[in-house]
Design a binder for this molecule. Structure first.
Ligand code: ZN
Length: 338
């Protein structure tokens, strides 16, 4: 029992308290870092930290202000320069909900940059989602408490306990959230030029959402891709699959050696671009075929999922077989609307 308590305390400390550490900071080039998010109950996206001559630019702000504050503490270990620019790659909750941490840490002036559509989506869809989640989280917390009451295994109990604590913290952060919208938007590109570094902030077309932003460092040959390309199975809920293929094609033509997505590790070369384009192409083609043959949504989901798992399971993350069904549903809706 004593050992269990010690273990539980350790788990709690590691996620909540001192030395809480949510990110692995990995250098990509001189003054350019990937902040790779570690697995937690409410996921955080990766961030990119780009140190400029006079200031710092950060890409994406995670699912909550406390996570962004933790990254800010990491940034302060790397440099004394202030964060002046924050980029939101798109409107999804796990990429922008930490925004408020930056202007509150540097009140003298932080510009939060996004595409015009991403700002629109944060305002019209992101903020209502937070308000809705405040009403659904208590039920989720009750569910975790019930799981805890039924758990028999000590290790499992400690994990649920940790998840419960994280869920409660998350809810209290949602309740006190200061909605912080992008302060600077652009249509096609916004370029920050400094003596030693140029940062291109680009909109290359619709993809994972209708407002995805890429951040490109031409000299360092680094491309930050948000959720338009990353190490996990693509989430397609708000996507434009046919255009996504085109947008990846455009992005891939840029000259880079490394890319960093919103989730997963740093990617080398362009292999992943080829994989995602092939996957979306196959997904849409197979779904269109079974749709034309008269398959219902359920039939399409079963048939196309099985086909995709056989071809792609080893090439994506281990959750691929569970995630692929939702992609087929999206594909079916898109095909049906054509
Ligand atoms: Zn996303």
């Amino acid at each position: 029992m004593k050992r269990y308590l010690w273990f539980a305390a350790l788990v709690l400390l590691s996620v909540r308290g001192f030395g809480a550490d949510l990110f692995d900071i990995k250098p990509m080039a001189d003054g350019v870092y990937a902040a790779l998010s570690k697995p937690v109950y409410k996921i955080n996206c990766n961030a990119a930290i780009i140190i400029l001559d006079d200031s710092v630019l950060v890409v994406d702000t995670h699912s909550k202000p406390s996570a962004a504050r933790e990254l800010i503490a990491e940034i302060k270990k790397l440099t004394d320069k202030p964060v002046r620019y924050v980029v939101n790659t798109h409107f999804h909750w796990d990429h922008y909900q930490g925004n408020q941490a930056y202007p509150s840490s540097w009140p003298a002036g932080v510009e939060i940059i996004s595409s015009e559509m991403t700002r629109f989506n944060i305002e019209k869809r992101g903020i209502p989602r937070v308000k809705h989640e405040i009403t659904t989280m208590p039920k989720e917390i009750e569910g975790l408490k019930a799981q805890l009451a039924n758990a028999t295994d000590e290790k499992q109990k400690a994990e649920i306990q940790s998840n419960l604590a994280q869920a409660e913290d998350y809810l209290s952060e949602l309740k006190t959230m200061q909605f912080t919208l992008p302060t600077m938007t652009f249509d096609r590109s916004l370029i920050i030029r400094r003596k030693t570094r140029t940062v291109q902030i680009l909109y290359l077309g619709r993809a994972h959402t209708d407002g995805d932003v890429f951040v490109y460092l031409p000299k360092e040959k680094i491309l930050i891709t948000g959720d338009s390309l990353h190490g996990w199975t693509p989430f397609m809920g708000d996507s434009y699959p046919y255009e996504w293929i085109q947008t990846l094609d455009t992005a891939e033509k840029l000259d880079f050696d490394q890319s960093l997505g919103g989730h997963g590790g740093v990617m080398r070369g362009k292999e992943k671009f080829e994989l995602w384009k092939a996957y979306f192409g196959d997904l849409m083609e197979e779904t269109a075929q079974v749709y034309a043959d008269g398959a219902t949504l359920e039939e399409a989901q079963k048939k196309v999922s099985a086909w995709l798992v056989a071809k792609y399971a080893g090439k994506f993350d281990p959750a691929f077989p569970q995630s692929v069904g939702a992609n087929v549903v999206k594909a079916y809706q898109v095909v049906a609307q054509r």
